[in-house]
Design a protein around this ligand. Structure first.
Ligand code: TYD
Length: 213
């Protein structure tokens, strides 16, 4: 099964994923975690270009295609092989990030982006997507206070982050069988407990329905 975590910057995905993966392993599921952009040697090289503060002249199409190029490599080299051997793949961001940021955020055509994403992923979409929903100001404050690197993409303005949040919510409401919205403004423990409950429930439902991969 392929599960993705999505959300605006500072929504807490990156700290929630290791604890969720550990819990699922304890339950007996073979779990592989990965993150975007990155997750392979080539994808990490592309990530460095995307994050470089000196690349101020990068145009929107270049940015979109670089995210998609990093993803194509990750899908072929890591995600598909692990899904084929029956692992549960848990990814910190995936194709929906491109729709949220480059589409809703930067105003690129959503239909066109979906075509590019289908090409980049070979048509692989997640079975379950967890949206960690947080207010944009809280998210940005968490990013700034978190002490991590402040990169080229963080420097985009608050209005963009608000469009991204709105985009995520629109996508989640449009496809409720795939998306689950989790309130990411609560404590780490409360969010973790809900993520565990939702994922376990989905895994059990898939097994009992024999619909799993
Ligand atoms: P990162 O430092 O990995 O942050 P986070 O923990 O929030 O994932 O930076 C990823 C940034 O790249 C984040 O601002 C979202 C953005 N992004 C896109 O704009 N499009 C994409 O397709 C992806 C995968 C990420």
């Amino acid at each position: 099964m392929f599960i993705t975590l999505e959300g605006p910057d500072g929504s807490g995905k990156t700290s929630q994923i290791p604890a969720l993966a550990e819990f699922l392993r304890e339950q007996g599921y073979p779990v592989l975690t990965t993150r975007e952009p990155g997750g392979t040697v080539i994808s990490n090289q592309i990530r460095a270009v995307l994050m470089n503060m000196e690349n101020t002249s990068m145009c929107a199409r270049t940015e979109t295609l670089l995210f998609c190029a990093a993803r194509a490599q990750l899908v072929d080299e890591v995600i598909r092989p692990h899904l084929e051997q029956g692992d549960l793949v848990l990814s910190d961001r995936y194709a929906d990030s491109t729709l949220a940021y480059q589409g809703y955020g930067h105003g690129n055509d959503l239909q066109l982006l979906r075509q590019i994403l289908n090409f980049a992923t070979g048509g692989l979409w997640p079975d379950l997507t967890l949206l960690l929903d947080v207010d944009s100001e809280l998210g940005l404050r968490r990013r700034k206070d978190g002490g991590g690197e402040w990169n080229r993409l963080d420097a985009y303005e608050l209005a963009l982050h608000e469009r991204v949040r709105h985009g995520y919510r629109q996508m989640a409401l449009a496809e409720p069988e795939r998306w689950v919205i989790v309130d990411g403004s609560r404590s780490f423990e409360a969010v973790q407990a809900e993520l565990r409950r939702v994922v376990l429930e989905r895994l059990q439902r898939t097994v009992s329905g024999h619909a799993g991969r």
